[in-house]
Ligand binder design. Structure first.
Ligand SMILES: [Fe+2]
Length: 460
């Protein structure tokens, strides 16, 4: 059972928990979308706007520059097929550099031919060769370093033991990095760390020299993989979660402590009540005709206080005051207290002194400062004709005015050594007639309401 004090805190923590989980979900979904998105970099755009190379760059170089070209004489069969006796060869190196903090995955680079070329070899990955022939698409995926001629299903030219794949204008070859070639993925680049890059290469032939500019009709397709801890929102949420967890631990500890304190308070309250009831029992024991009087007065007083709208703590204090109101009688001799005959004036004066004596005894009870006032003033009358000080109206403390009526009601409702208890009608008449005289009219009204509703009952 959660204590009232912490109930709101737990509700707040639960709402915070739902909010944090929602934020985490949002961040994960956003990250997943970022990672799934297909991205394309156009090589011609990169060439035209070099600033676009700032994050991911693609550098195509002719190995050896102009002197790196070579001429190769074709066989007769190849000559018949290509229509020229000599082809010019060139080796190309392509460097793809990742300058972003994110990992580049699932990437490939596709080159669309602008003029007739022949690809002979490619390394550091596999190649898709896609040819358009007479309205049909011929395509094959190769590792151009390990295939053999029996595997070839697309258009090719064989010369002097070499196989060349013709790429006409519009044909495409796509380079896929291969894990075996240790070129993928392109890891993200951390600040002050070496840049991450991949290198690939291939050999192209042409009737004329093929240059790097002839390879700009292509595009790099890739995905960016952002690790979740690279998202500042995720890190902020982690910090918030840690604070949330600490708050929960603190709240649970405080909840345990509150429960412990409540148990102690409950035990102390029970002990105080039992001690007070025991003490009031000593007083009541002096006169067997008033047995249980103090407890009944305490209960009636508490009911009156509740009826008059006093708060819980005040009602409990009124109960204790009612319980102890006659404690001064402990100092009155039993012969006077239980004398069945009419008291002499001196004896009555002694009886009346229980108010002052009770006040003196209870002055030391600082936890309930009202108790001594109730002991002193519970025989005062609203019209000022009571004792010991003759206070009137609201000058009499409220708790004493309440206890006064509870005390009188119990006296009228109980048998005494010198008379029997009054009947209900007589008691109600007495209370009504004495409202504003002996009793505070508000307290009297409260008592009449309680009697009318049957919440305070008359004896059988
Ligand atoms: Fe009394």
């Amino acid at each position: 059972m959660i204590s009232k004090k912490n109930r709101l805190n737990f509700v707040f923590l639960f709402i915070a928990f739902v909010f944090i989980i929602s934020c985490f979900s949002f961040v994960f979904i956003r990250n997943d979308r970022f990672n799934r998105k297909d991205r394309i970099l156009n090589l011609s755009t990169l060439a035209e706007f070099p600033e676009k190379q700032s994050e991911i760059s693609v550098l195509i170089e002719e190995r050896g520059g102009e002197s790196g070209n070579w001429a190769t004489a074709l066989s007769l069969e190849a000559f018949e097929k290509t229509g020229c006796p000599i082809l010019m060869g060139n080796t190309f190196d392509v460097t793809i550099e990742n300058k972003t903090p994110y990992e580049i995955t699932d990437w490939n680079i596709a080159f669309t031919m602008d003029k007739l070329c022949y690809i002979e070899s490619a390394w550091c990955g596999k190649v898709d060769v896609i040819q358009q022939r007479n309205g049909k698409t011929l395509a094959q995926n190769f590792n151009l370093r390990t295939y053999n001629s029996k595997m070839v299903k697309i258009d090719y030219v064989e010369t002097n033991g070499q196989i060349l794949f013709p790429l006409e204008k519009g044909d495409v070859f796509v380079y896929y990095p291969s894990l075996e070639e240790k070129e993928v993925p392109l890891m993200g680049t951390a600040p002050n760390k070496p840049k991450s890059f991949a290198k690939l290469g291939f050999i192209l032939y042409g009737k004329d020299i093929v240059s790097a500019d002839d390879l700009l009709h292509g595009e790099l397709t890739f995905k960016c993989r952002k690790r979740i801890n690279q998202d500042p929102a995720f890190l902020i949420l982690v910090y918030i979660s840690v604070i949330w967890a600490f708050s929960l631990v603190f709240l649970l500890l405080s909840e345990g402590r509150i429960n412990e304190i409540e148990q102690i308070e409950l035990r102390d309250k029970k002990m105080i009540q039992e001690v007070m009831e025991t003490f009031s029992g000593f007083v009541d024991a002096k006169d067997p005709y008033t047995g249980g009087h103090s407890i009944r007065v305490g209960k009636y007083s508490k009911q009156l206080a509740e009826e008059m709208g006093l708060d819980k703590k005040q009602c409990q204090q009124v109960f204790y005051c009612g319980l102890l109101h006659d404690c001064g009688k402990i100092s009155i001799h039993d012969d006077i207290l239980s004398k069945p005959k009419r008291l002499t004036d001196d004896e009555f004066s002694i009886i009346k002194s229980h108010t002052i004596r009770g006040f003196e005894i209870l002055s030391g009870l600082t936890a309930i400062p009202e108790a001594c006032m109730v002991a002193r003033y519970h025989h005062e009358r609203y019209d000022g004709k009571g004792y010991p000080d003759g206070l009137a109206g609201n000058a009499i403390p409220l708790y004493a005015r309440i206890t006064c009526l509870a005390d009188a009601f119990d006296a009228m409702n109980s048998n005494r050594c010198y008379r029997n208890h009054m009947g209900p009608d007589m008691i109600i008449k007495q209370i009504s007639d004495n409202a504003g005289r002996q009793f505070d009219p508000d307290v009297a009204d409260a008592m009449l309401r309680l009697l009318l509703r049957g919440e305070i009952v008359f004896p059988e």
